[in-house]
Design a binder for this molecule. Structure first.
Ligand code: ZN
Length: 514
């Protein structure tokens, strides 16, 4: 496997590196008996959203449930056990409520404390968390973890491609690996890279060097998909860089544009044992990214929602999949906006499927009424009534998902020839089964509207074609006109004529005496 190859290549350089040091574990236990913990927090938060992520929005896994999570099955292939702590993950959204964050962090730290002493800690992060009243929340979490595990423990992390780094994050980690694909189809590989590095460094008593180059460029994910140029060739070079002796990981991060905070930038970050090579690669990646900044474009045709409907009606193909991109819940949109529904009604569109709008009261009303019932529904703006307006519509209940969990409830209604999905909780429609489980065949409709940005592969496969509507919302693609930019540093395209030369920052961990 490729991931094993880089370890083999890096071993020789690593063992001869001046940064290799004996007794990295420092716990006094017999060589070979490594003790490793894992956990973390994963959420992407738009600071332009009025909604808050609360405890009930997180799926928290701990103990055996976390140990048995199929995503982490690779952890069972290592020679040392990875002990579960807490992993809290939520659908992207608004900032995390402070007391929710404090409670999750306290539990995580307690669980880590209970496992001390540790030789290694693996943090499965997203990297774009924002907490009420706090800057650099991921840095806060990582720094707190470091303070618990102590200076001799090696800490590795996996990050989303849309995570943003900071000095505090870099200075408290020993190694990091980020997704290399958008849409993200390499989540498990990335987690494996992060953990392979950790095991390799523990086995060979290496404290690696991390070299980071923050790049003052911010793009929405929709303009930096690795399916399209220039991102495709920028990210395609990472495996080659990673294969060089002395390199353990090569990562390039787009960062998260809908966060008004100083750490919101793109990043090149290299981990390894050859500082000069890491520096050279980080500078090269950063310069290339900077040079390409004006080439990032949407991969599909875009327009206002009205323009996309008109375009779809002119096309003879189907299904035309229109992305309601400003309210994409997988990027931090509220998912409760009804602007697109109003647009469909204004254009008298029929033979259309809209999946879906998060609206618990309307969903509950449908369950109370039952299949076949007709009722008037006020749809939308239930989560963020400040940001948008509801639409009142006549509806006929067509289908109700049988489920015992209230948050999992989903209703399909007919609204003047539009099949509309209402959901009790915020959620994406990313898999074909998300439709078929509601007795819907998206391929049979002329137009399918989804709250999404770029399409994930299963939906992209059926889109014929995909049009991206540049709609309003907490993840509005018109980033230059975002309403408040108080904290972000001067970056492109917010400062269109910005002058910049790449530079690097070496992790304080790499410079510390062991
Ligand atoms: Zn992402």
């Amino acid at each position: 496997m490729q991931r094993r190859t880089f370890l083999k290549n890096s071993t020789v350089a690593a063992l001869t590196s001046t940064l290799a040091r004996p007794g990295v574990a420092g716990t006094g236990r017999a060589a070979g008996a490594k003790r490793i913990a894992f956990g973390g927090i994963q959420i992407e938060c738009s600071t332009y959203s009025n909604i808050r992520a609360r405890m009930e929005d997180f799926r928290a896994e701990r103990d055996q449930e976390l140990a048995d999570d199929p995503f982490f099955r690779h952890l069972k292939t290592y020679p040392y056990p990875f002990h579960p702590t807490l992993l809290a993950a939520a659908v992207p959204g608004g900032p995390v409520e402070r007391k929710t964050y404090d409670a999750l962090k306290a539990e995580f730290l307690q669980r880590v404390t209970d496992l001390l002493p540790l030789d290694g800690l693996y943090l499965a992060m997203h990297g774009a968390m924002f907490v009420e009243g706090m800057q650099d929340a991921d840095g806060d979490w990582i720094e707190a973890a470091r303070s618990v595990v102590g200076k001799d423990c090696l800490m590795t992390a996996s990050f989303d491609l849309h995570g943003s780094l900071s000095r505090r994050i870099i200075d408290n980690l020993d190694m990091l690996s980020a997704f290399r694909t958008a849409p993200h189809i390499d989540r498990e590989e990335t987690a494996q890279r992060a953990c392979d590095m950790l095991i390799h460094c523990l086995d060979h008593s290496i404290r690696p060097t991390m070299v980071w180059s923050p790049i003052p460029v911010l793009m929405p994910g929709e303009r930096s998909s690795t399916v399209y140029e220039p991102a495709r060739h920028l990210w395609a070079q990472l495996p080659g860089l990673n294969a060089a002796p002395g390199v353990l990981d090569a990562s390039l991060l787009v960062g998260y544009v809908w966060a008004d905070e100083p750490r919101a930038t793109a990043s090149a970050v290299m981990t390894g044992t050859n500082p000069a090579l890491l520096e050279k690669d980080a500078l090269s990646l950063a310069q290339q990214y900077w040079d390409a900044r004006k080439e990032f474009k949407f991969g599909v045709p875009t327009g206002t929602f009205s323009e996309c409907i008109e375009q779809a009606e002119r096309l003879t193909t189907h299904p035309v999949v229109i992305s309601d991109s400003g309210d994409n819940p997988t990027a931090g949109g509220s998912g409760d906006r009804a602007d697109a529904l109003a647009g469909l009604l204004d254009h008298h569109v029929t033979n259309c499927l809209f999946a879906g709008i998060a609206d618990r009261p309307a969903t509950e009303a449908c369950y109370r009424a039952g299949v076949g019932a007709s009722l008037t529904l006020k749809v939308g703006a239930t989560l963020d009534p400040e940001a948008s307006q509801p639409v009142e519509v006549p509806a006929k209940v067509v289908f109700l998902l049988a489920t015992s969990g209230l948050p999992e409830r989903q209703a399909v209604v007919d609204v003047k020839g539009i099949r509309l999905v209402l959901t009790a909780r915020r959620r994406p429609f990313h898999e074909i089964v998300d439709f078929t489980s509601l007795d819907l065949n998206p391929g049979s409709f002329k137009i399918v509207v989804v709250k999404a940005g770029y399409l994930v592969p299963p939906i992209a496969k059926i889109a014929n074609p995909n049009l991206m509507a540049l709609t309003p919302g907490a993840v509005n693609q018109d980033i230059v006109h975002l309403p408040s930019n108080k904290y972000r540093i001067a970056s492109y395209p917010f400062v269109s004529d910005l002058q910049w030369k790449p530079f690097t920052i070496v992790s304080a961990r790499s410079l510390q005496e062991s």
